[in-house]
Ligand binder design. Structure first.
Ligand code: WQD
Length: 335
């Protein structure tokens, strides 16, 4: 039975990945400091899979605690989600973002190197590309200067991992997510934004639920099909499944180099207005919205070139935008 550590395993993408790991027969250990998640997610995961993962409430900024964990726990693989992830907040609190996202990563990598634990999956983001010059975006697209400290922590994190693989037996895969949305079909786990949602889909579902008065559509004169910004919205369950495939690639020593990068998206771009229309179609709910100015730091369009992940990982997104939006609504109805 392979033991897999999932940091941030009670978070949005983390919890969906834990469910898929358990379905594949892995023994899961979660580390989560509950800074952006709820302990209730542990039982919700168990209610889906019938197995309650081992859980440690450790703050990964605590170097001694990280060392102590790896001294007393043997793991065969690590999937590292734990990080602060709000773009706007990172602009207001750069030091907290650099300390949390970078120090945690360094302390984990130090223990992996010391203990020769070498199967490491890193949660990265398409935000490293900024506004790509060419669409769809391939893994070879140039990395642009980050627009936010959050995005910078992902770029720096990838560099730290790459450099570590050069001086150790660490094998690592960085997964660059496009826009994760939706929830597990059971509606037992999903996105749990704290406070006013920053991301589009949580705001859409809360507007449809009457929690928010109306959605502000940030920008309506972009150079896109209808003037609103375009993103590649990928169902979180498709994303979770890609993590299992990437992990298995390392466990089976199928990786072609010690550091690999894959874009995880559907390959399809949708505008904000298309998302609203799709949501209203699949749920029958109305979304009140108004067109307002662009949000600082936003890019016009991003969607993935999925060829490399398809051919090299044998993975492709299977769920549609409609599936994801309906699942997000079903989850919201349980809250
Ligand atoms: C999507 C689109 C907004 C809210 C960021 C990070 C990425 C990842 C996901 C962490 C944009 C528009 C949004 C609203 C709107 N982060 N929008 N009204 O900015 O593409 O990506 O979040 O995992 O790394 O970069 O996602 O959901 O915030 O925005 O019009 O109330 O929806 O302008 O065009 P984004 P988002």
């Amino acid at each position: 039975m392979k033991h897999i550590l999932v940091t941030g395993g009670l978070g949005y993408i983390g919890s969906h990945t834990v469910v898929e790991l358990q379905k594949e027969g892995f023994e899961v250990i979660i580390i989560d400091n509950l800074s952006n998640s709820s302990i209730k997610v542990l039982d919700n995961i168990a209610s889906i899979t019938g197995i309650k993962p081992a859980y440690f409430n450790i703050d990964l900024k605590d170097k001694a605690a990280v060392k102590n964990f790896f001294t007393s726990n043997k793991v065969d693989g690590i999937i590292h989600f734990a990080a602060s992830k709000a773009v706007g907040e990172s602009v207001q609190m750069p030091l907290e973002y650099y300390e949390n996202n970078i120090c945690s990563l360094i302390y984990i990598l130090q223990e992996l190197k010391a203990n020769h634990l070498n199967n490491f999956i890193f949660s990265s983001s398409c935000t490293v590309y900024g506004q790509a010059d060419e669409l769809p975006i391939t893994e070879n697209a140039p990395i642009k200067p980050a627009e936010s400290p959050y995005g910078n922590t992902k770029q720096i994190g990838e560099e730290i991992i790459k450099d570590t693989t050069k001086v150790s037996d660490l094998k690592a895969i960085a997964l660059r997510y496009f826009n994760p949305i939706g929830a597990h079909e059971s509606a037992k786990i999903g996105e749990l934004p704290i406070g006013v949602p920053q991301n589009l889909i949580p705001f859409v579902v809360q507007t449809a639920a009457g929690i928010r008065k109306e959605l502000s559509v940030f920008g309506s004169d972009y150079d896109t099909i209808d003037g609103t910004a375009v993103r590649d919205y990928i169902h979180v369950v498709d994303l979770a499944k890609a993590h299992i495939i990437a992990l298995q690639r390392l466990l089976d020593n199928k990786n072609k180099s010690q550091y690999e990068v894959f874009n995880l998206g559907t390959g399809k771009g949708n505008s904000v207005l298309e998302v609203i229309k799709s949501f209203e179609k699949v749920t029958g709910k109305k979304v009140n919205y108004k067109l307002v100015d662009k949000r600082a730091g936003d890019i016009t369009a991003a969607y993935a070139d999925t060829k490399y992940a398809n051919e090299e990982l044998g993975w492709k997104a299977e769920l549609s935008l409609d599936d994801a939006l309906l699942s997000a609504w079903k989850w919201q109805e349980t809250l």
